[in-house]
Design a protein around this ligand. Structure first.
Ligand code: IPM
Ligand code: MG
Length: 351
């Protein structure tokens, strides 16, 4: 029997609640499948841990993480630690350190879920976010602090290698989808260096994928297209920041941030990939037992797919959809169900 080593990092806020739910469902699924099992190790890295120890990831921590098949991540972000400190302390060192350059964010209106758009079933998108450079490259500085001449720079970094590999990844993914359609999103009218290079490389790579239809949209126009003509969109590729913003819009349009999953992939598999719900810590509902576990279940399905268990991944999706269709919904979806009730219902389906 195949054993997958999973590093669970529940992190902050509702992270521990949803990761516990996700692991419970994965356990049930593995038992009923019989062909594989999980060996899960928990890592306590969180903002509380940081406040006690002065670091999120201890010495040698990343080395240790490298020995796992996948990372199952909850959330990072706390009211007691500035957001840029927590982000650069935990999530970015893993995503960038493990070269998880392809961030995949599907958005779909699940059965029984109401989109704020009328006729919302038209949403079936995958957003691919460049996840290693761009606006999140961490390239900048601040001088003359507090003086009138204080200066700050935040320079995006776009490399040919980085842009080409995300485009290639996106074409490969678009090719596997029924519509085989890829939209390039940039802002190359105003930003004439990095963004223009993004466009150029996209159309160079496109020549290798004649079976994939393409078009391009400026990021501002893309927001209106997502709302007004959702059915014209299939797969999207965009920079780190643009796709960050568009993926929140996509999640909201598909019903709730509480269902949106993500995979931070190192496609070459030199390092483990990381799987996380995109909702974040959600302090307003932490500890109340009402966090929506669906994003984490969907995330778990993406992890199974990556681990080479497509049938199990599909079973997880089927279980999710069967349960959302019954309207057993947590408050973010307008229902009254608890995390535990939704988890139990999904586990019943998986048995
Ligand atoms: C996301 C989140 C993060 C990001 C935050 C927590 C820094 O919004 O995963 O989309 O911007 O990358
Ligand atoms: Mg975001």
């Amino acid at each position: 029997m195949k054993t997958y080593k999973i590093a669970a990092i529940p992190g902050d806020g509702i992270g521990p609640e949803v990761i516990a739910a996700g692991l419970e469902a994965l356990e049930v699924l593995a038992k009923s499948d019989g062909g594989f099992r999980f060996d899960v190790e928990h890592f306590p890295w969180s903002s509380d841990y940081y406040l006690k120890n002065g670091f999120y990831i201890p010495e040698g921590g990343l080395e240790k993480l490298k020995t796992f098949d996948a990372i199952f991540f909850g959330a990072v972000g706390s009211q007691e630690v500035p957001d840029h400190v927590s982000l650069w302390g935990l999530r970015l060192p893993i995503a960038q350190g493990f070269d998880q350059y392809a961030n995949v964010r599907p958005a779909r209106v699940l059965p029984g879920v109401t989109s704020p758009l009328t006729g919302g079933q038209e949403i079936d998108w995958v957003i691919i976010r460049e996840n290693s450079e761009g606006e999140y490259a961490g390239n900048g500085g601040r001088t003359h602090r507090g003086l009138p001449i204080e200066t700050a720079t935040e320079t995006s970094v776009f490399t040919r290698a980085g842009v080409e590999r995300i485009h290639r990844f996106s074409f490969e993914l678009a090719r596997t989808r029924p519509a085989k359609h890829l939209t390039l999103v940039t802002k190359s009218n105003a930003q004439r260096f990095g963004m223009v290079m993004w466009d150029e490389i996209f159309f160079e790579v496109a020549k290798d994928y004649p079976d994939v239809r393409t078009d391009r949209e400026l990021v501002d126009a893309m927001t209106t297209r997502m709302v007004l003509k959702p059915q014209t969109i299939d797969t999207i590729v965009a920079t780190n920041l643009h796709a960050d913003i568009l993926s929140d819009l996509a999640a909201a349009l598909s019903g709730s941030l509480g269902i949106a999953p993500t995979a931070n992939l190192n496609p070459e598999r030199q390092f483990p990939s990381m799987f996380e719900p995109i909702h974040g810590s959600a302090f307003d509902i932490t500890g109340k037992g009402v966090a929506n576990p669906i994003a984490t279940f969907w995330t778990a399905s993406m992890m199974l797919e990556h681990l080479g268990q497509p049938a199990a991944a599909a079973r997880m999706m089927k279980a999710i959809e069967t349960v959302t269709a019954t309207k057993l919904h947590t408050p973010d979806l307008g229902g009254k169900a608890t995390t535990a009730q939704v988890t139990k219902a999904v586990c019943e389906q998986l048995k």
